[in-house]
Design a protein. Structure first.
Length: 330
């Protein structure tokens, strides 16, 4: 058991998803000391709030002997939301929380605690700037690439929210007006072209179009048990390592798209560092240097390669650390 005095500086970080709620006790150095998980009821506001409370209460019960005082609760929830008012507006994966005053409801349950909320990408960006791969940099641009693409911008230690709190939806920046339809309703968003499902989709399309020796020798198709419709982005990454021609072509296209998009970010924001997180980040790790090289001559900036492009420190715990980073623990 951790000594009780070590819990004096801890805050609770809560990561709300469409199917689960995770809560963690996080210290001043950004280290997660304990965690709990509860299933999320996405369609019912009251039961969804109860899931948040249950995850917090489990943490507190498991450390009741330490006499921990609940001083602050940070929550990262699916957007869009208003971080100033604490209202969750209309998240697609949490239909029960449309126009739901999450911060106010949690304050009713824990009246002695500071409560802050933000979306997951903003919160993760702040955690990386405060404790992770962006520590020591003044302006940090963060991108999480997984099932979708989310982004956050931290300037001088503060999350940039824009006029209404809905800024930095970088995953929905268009890079091809004739591209595929994105879930947001626009065409050619980088999310629709380079997130995990998009990578898998392009690989499946290429497999279905291939023929002859190319398809016979496809390691990627073998991984999918000769079923193109079963291909995943994880398979693409493994097949690239095995030298598969189709997988390498898909990866090249993905790198081109992401490099072009991030080059635009450099021209627009000129951040001190770009941090990449999310489930797809691990497959991009061997190609970060190559992506930076693509910026040369493709950016207005004459020295874009001086911008570091690094992997995030936090992996699957980005939501917990991010939520905790929202709280003023001084």
């Amino acid at each position: 058991m951790v000594a009780s005095q070590m819990f004096d500086d801890l805050v609770v970080g809560v990561d709300v998803g469409g199917t689960k709620v995770a809560a963690g006790l996080v210290d001043r150095a950004g280290k997660i000391q304990a965690q709990s998980r509860k299933p999320m009821v996405a369609t019912d506001a009251t039961r969804g709030l109860a899931a948040v409370s249950a995850a917090i209460e489990e943490l507190l019960r498991s450390h009741s002997e330490t006499g921990i005082q609940l001083r602050a609760i940070g929550i990262c929830a699916p957007g869009p939301l208003n971080p100033t008012t604490g209202v969750v507006i209309n998240p697609p994966n949490l239909p029960g929380w449309h126009n739901f005053p999450l911060a106010a409801e949690v304050r009713k349950l824990y009246p002695n605690a500071q409560v802050k909320i933000d979306n997951d990408a903003n919160a993760a960006a702040l955690a990386e700037a405060k404790w992770g791969a962006g520590r020591g940099y003044r302006n940090v641009f963060y991108a999480t690439i997984g099932t979708g693409i989310g982004t956050g911008l931290v300037i001088n230690g503060e999350v940039y929210h824009g006029r209404t709190g809905l800024a930095t939806e970088g995953g929905h920046v268009g890079v091809d007006p004739r591209g595929p339809l994105c879930a947001c309703g626009k065409r050619g968003c980088i999310e629709a072209l380079a997130a995990g499902p998009a990578i898998a989709r392009r690989a499946r399309e290429k497999l279905e179009q291939a023929g002859g020796d190319l398809i016979k020798k496809s390691v990627l198709l073998e991984m999918a048990s000769d079923r193109p419709d079963a291909v995943t982005s994880e398979m693409v990454a493994k097949a690239v390592g095995a030298g598969d021609t189709i997988a390498k072509e898909v990866m090249k296209e993905t790198l081109d798209l992401l490099a072009y998009w991030l080059g635009n970010v450099i021209d627009l924001l000129e951040p001190d560092v770009i941090v990449i997180g999310g489930g797809v980040s691990s497959m991009l790790e061997p190609f970060l240097k190559e992506m930076r090289e693509r910026w040369v001559g493709a950016c207005l900036s004459p020295y874009p390669e001086e911008t570091p492009l690094v992997l995030a420190h936090y992996k699957e715990d980005a939501g917990l650390a991010g939520a905790a980073s929202l709280c003023d623990t001084n």
